[in-house]
Design a protein around this ligand. Structure first.
Ligand code: EPU
Length: 344
């Protein structure tokens, strides 16, 4: 069965199972453990942050657990539990309509709610972990239910416990968000205030709907639509370097974008580094670097996972040679022996 992925890579798995409830997931797991004993299980969302290097010789699970349940409400905020299979951007649009604020800056990020909690998606100065209260999941090994408070999720920049020590061990089933009933726009991210002026809006009277529209317009202008050109958004993480390293680079490249990060470290813009290394808009076979945002790698048509990986390695080498910086992918690379191999 073909595995959905926004890179548009043609990959197959043994079986793709979509489930719509915790009970259905438990039943599917029981069957998998009997029928496919020993084969790996991979849980995907919309496949918007995955690069498959081979066919996947295992079972792929996908959630379609839906539902938006208001758990608690005060004058100031709401606690809302959302099914992991809901589309993240649909929930953001709904939240804004209901007057629940905090996620506007994450508008139009592709993917499901469960994947947002795993990946700690972020954009324009907001990360999912800013509004996540609790994450619920089910063990892929024995079907038991678990929950994690936000502080147990070990959130960091595009990082969480679910991407590290718990990778491949749980299916996220539901995520609880704490959202505000008061709209306080977060506009500190470079370029947002200018975009508001250009759109003819005022910072003082800005509404959540207007901010959402501005974010959507910026994303549409910079990021390719996977329906038109296969891609997985930012391919690399923005690297975080020591203050000394950043100062050394800034003395050579004064225009280099840089932002304060945790513990006195400095975050650099991988897109800028890749552009300076001469890769923006360039191709390597059927894989290419997007011409409007160098952090995005695209499938020009018919690329395999290995074609994209070759481009990734060539970029990494040139950025390391020029700047002494090791880029690491933000996208999860999925490697697994091909389906035929285990049949012998
Ligand atoms: N830049 C260049 N050349 C490029 C791309 C960027 O010089 O080709 C420079 C820009 O001019 C700017 C700086 O790099 O000074 C940062 O660029 P931008 O604001 O476009 O954001 P980014 O750091 O490239 C990150 C996220 C995006 C997110 C935006 C906005 C990561 C890996 N990427 O990109 O997230 O939308 O900020 O918050 O952190 C994603 O994760 O898939 C994603 C798209």
């Amino acid at each position: 069965m073909r595995i959905e992925n926004t890179f548009g890579i043609d990959v197959q798995c043994r079986e793709l199972i979509t489930y719509d409830s915790e009970q259905a997931l438990r039943e599917a797991l029981k069957r998998i453990h009997i029928q496919y004993k020993g084969l790996p299980i991979l849980h995907i969302g919309c496949g918007s942050n995955l690069l498959f290097l081979n066919d996947y010789n295992g079972i792929v699970l996908k959630s379609s657990i839906k539902g938006v349940n208001l758990l608690n409400e005060s004058d100031d905020e709401v606690l809302v539990e959302v099914g992991a299979g809901e589309i993240c951007d649909d929930f953001i649009a709904l939240a804004i309509r209901r007057g629940w604020y905090g996620m506007e800056n994450l508008s139009l990020i592709p993917g499901q709610i469960g994947a947002a909690a795993v990946q700690n998606i972020g954009a324009y100065g907001v990360e999912a972990c800013d509004v996540i209260e609790e994450v619920k999941g089910i063990s892929l090994t024995d079907g038991t239910a678990h929950s994690w408070r936000r502080d147990e999720c070990k959130y960091g920049y595009r990082q969480s416990i679910f991407k590290e020590e718990l990778w491949g061990k749980y299916a996220i089933t539901r995520v609880t968000f704490r959202l505000s009933k008061h709209f306080v726009p977060k506009l500190q991210y470079g370029g947002l205030i200018k975009a508001i002026e250009q759109a003819g809006f005022s910072e003082d009277t800005l509404t959540a709907e207007q901010l959402r529209q501005i974010i959507i317009d910026i994303r549409r202008a910079k990021l390719p639509d996977p329906k038109e050109q296969g891609n997985a958004g930012s391919f690399f993480k923005n690297p975080v370097v020591s203050k000394e390293k950043a100062e050394h680079l800034l003395s050579k490249y004064p225009a280099m974008p840089h932002y304060p990060a945790d513990e006195g470290r400095v975050k650099l813009a991988a897109g800028w580094l890749i552009e300076q290394a001469g890769w923006k808009g360039r191709s390597l076979g059927p894989a290419a670097v997007h011409d409007r945002q160098a952090l995005v790698l695209v499938n020009k048509g018919g690329a395999s996972g290995h074609d994209i990986q070759r481009l990734c390695e060539a970029i990494k080498k040139d950025v390391a040679d020029k700047f002494g910086i090791e880029l690491s992918p933000e996208v999860n690379l999925i490697d697994n022996w091909t389906i035929g191999q285990s049949d012998n």
